[in-house]
Ligand binder design. Structure first.
Ligand code: GLN
Length: 543
């Protein structure tokens, strides 16, 4: 029987609802259940694809090409279950589909209203598919009380009624702030948040309380009494050293046991947490450390590179080293007389994805510096494109090499891709088309050159990786670049789109047109990140 777990948030945002949901999913898996995680985002954008990375954080891309919330990245990393387009929606997408149907006349003259039309569309989304899993965990973005969240709360309230407690549970994540002047942990914000939730008809079954210290028993009783939950269902969520410690911490406090008690399943299983214990101890006891510079445009918000950071950490786990990060805004290196010597202090340089011209020269300079100083360098998507332009300009002598992303270019080494194939279908894009959802998105296969460094790293000749870009390296320039030690060792199956290059005369310099970070998991670190950190470790031993 498919059961639904709804996770809402209160008091303040940024309490880690995404990680809490992912960790609970992992705990249920550890007890032998199958799970699927979904996110309902109340904002009006159709998807986060057009939102600024410094405001909204990373856009997580699924295999089937959906641009989704970064929480889906946590879900995949914690549970190993690949997400799809069916796992994230927004107010914008819900309204878009309702309005398309309205224009077609599908509603047969009805007056469209939030209840029932919008709430029905939300319920359809929550209930659709996933019929083969034991638990669907559904996180509602934002906090209770937000105006745009109301239709989502109403929809899950209705589901609670329709499916009944034997198939639904409501978990509310709140904060217990500590007021130093009073020397007390305060329960009032949690009480207010639950009051707000109950005023719209939702009685939470479990309260997960973020707290700086253990919750004293009398405070726990008070919360239970005022919020109408069992004292055992008030579960403290203390800060932990690392996000991968969260499943262990929640299990210790009885979160999964309480969820299963609600469904009458508490005696049916005991959790096997051995793999989480292994990861936790590997993170806590590294054998060494490396420092990687991330030279990017959006470093002001580290969440903009969430999966890159996690994948670097997984690469560290695979080599049993801690990965320290040095964040460098790429525009710091834009000026011709910029001092790049801070790169001398790091063991590797990562050039992440990005958009637009600011910081582009800085990325090229960082790539050039890594090339000349034989520093391990990993270019991802835009980072790969800028590295190729640097190689074209400074190795192959094509001085006016550029990208059409910044306007007309003397020699457009990187250009707008207006036509390509996916399987047997031709995808076509216009230069002045919509920006939303029109990039080359999702999983595409690539063929790797025999005996190349990347074929060795992957241990395979054919791979599949997720994409999110509008521009491509122009394959017409490959012969020129290959004369200078740039090997295009990964190509699209039709041989038209360069997917990977590597420098043959360099210890580790690889550029990839796709986003390998999206597929890395703590229990299955991505081979490129594992190899990159290994190269950085070798580099650190040289100096
Ligand atoms: N701006 C580049 C493009 O659209 C790279 C995108 C990215 O790094 N994700 O092709």
């Amino acid at each position: 029987m498919k059961r639904h777990i709804f996770i809402t948030g209160g008091v303040v945002s940024s309490l880690g609802k995404g990680i809490a949901s992912a960790a609970l999913g992992a705990l249920l898996q550890a007890r032998g259940y199958s799970v699927r995680l979904r996110k309902l985002d109340p904002y009006l954008n159709v998807d986060p694809g057009t939102m600024s990375p410094t405001q909204h954080g990373e856009v997580f891309v699924t295999d089937d090409g959906a641009e989704t919330d970064l929480d889906l990245g946590h879900y995949e990393r914690f549970t190993g279950v690949s997400a799809s387009r069916a796992d994230n929606t927004t107010t914008g997408r819900i309204y878009q589909s309702i309005l398309e149907r309205e224009r077609r006349g599908d509603y047969l003259g009805a007056t469209l209203q939030v209840i029932p039309h919008v709430t029905d569309a939300i319920k359809d989304f929550v209930l659709s598919g996933a019929d083969d899993v034991d638990f669907v965990l559904c996180e509602i973005g934002g906090t209770v009380g937000d105006i745009e969240g109301l239709p989502f709360f109403e929809a899950i309230r209705q589901l609670g009624q329709e499916l009944g407690p034997e198939r639904c549970i409501f978990i509310h994540l709140t904060l217990l702030p500590y007021i130093a002047a009073a020397g007390e942990m305060k329960t009032k914000p949690t009480q207010h948040s639950v009051k707000e939730l109950r005023s719209i008809g939702i009685q939470p079954d479990i309260l997960l309380c973020r707290a700086p210290f253990p919750v004293p028993p009398e405070e726990r009783r008070k919360i239970a009494l005022f919020c109408n939950v069992r004292p055992e269902a008030v579960i403290e969520a203390l800060d932990v050293a690392n996000i991968y410690d969260v499943p262990l911490a929640y299990c210790e406090k009885g979160l999964d046991a309480e969820v299963l008690r609600h469904f009458g399943l508490e005696k049916a299983s005991t959790p096997d947490l051995s793999k989480w214990k292994d990861v936790s101890s590997a993170i806590a006891n590294p054998d060494g450390a490396v420092t990687i510079a991330i030279v990017g445009k959006y470093v002001a918000l580290h969440d903009a590179y969430k999966s890159v950071v996690e994948a670097l950490m997984h690469g560290g786990l695979a080599n049993r080293v801690k990965v320290n990060l040095k964040w460098i805004p790429s525009d710091r290196f834009d000026s011709p007389d910029a001092d790049l010597s801070e790169l001398d202090e790091v063991d590797g340089v990562l050039l992440p994805g990005g958009f637009g011209e600011r910081g582009a020269l800085g990325k090229m300079r960082a790539a050039g510096y890594a090339r000349r100083h034989k520093l391990p360098c990993f270019g991802i998507c835009y980072g790969m494109q800028m590295a190729v332009i640097e190689l074209a300009r400074n190795l192959a002598g094509i001085e006016n090499a550029g990208t059409t992303e910044f306007g007309e270019s003397g020699t457009p080494i990187v250009g707008l891709m207006s036509e390509w194939t996916r399987g047997n279908t031709r995808e076509v894009r216009a230069k002045d088309g919509d920006l939303g959802g029109t990039m080359r998105l999702g999983a595409y296969p690539a063929y790797l050159t025999a005996n190349s460094k990347v074929a060795d790293i992957y241990g395979a000749r054919e791979i599949s990786e997720r994409h999110r870009h509008r521009y491509e390296v122009n394959a017409a320039h490959i012969p020129e670049l290959e004369k200078h030690g740039v090997l295009f060792s990964g190509m699209s199956p039709d041989g038209k789109l360069p997917e990977i290059f590597e420098l043959t005369e360099h210890p580790w310099f690889v550029g990839v047109q796709f986003h390998p970070e999206l597929k890395s998991r703590p229990f299955d670190p991505h081979p490129l990140f594992k190899s990159f950190i290994q190269a950085a470790l070798e580099q650190s031993r040289l100096v």
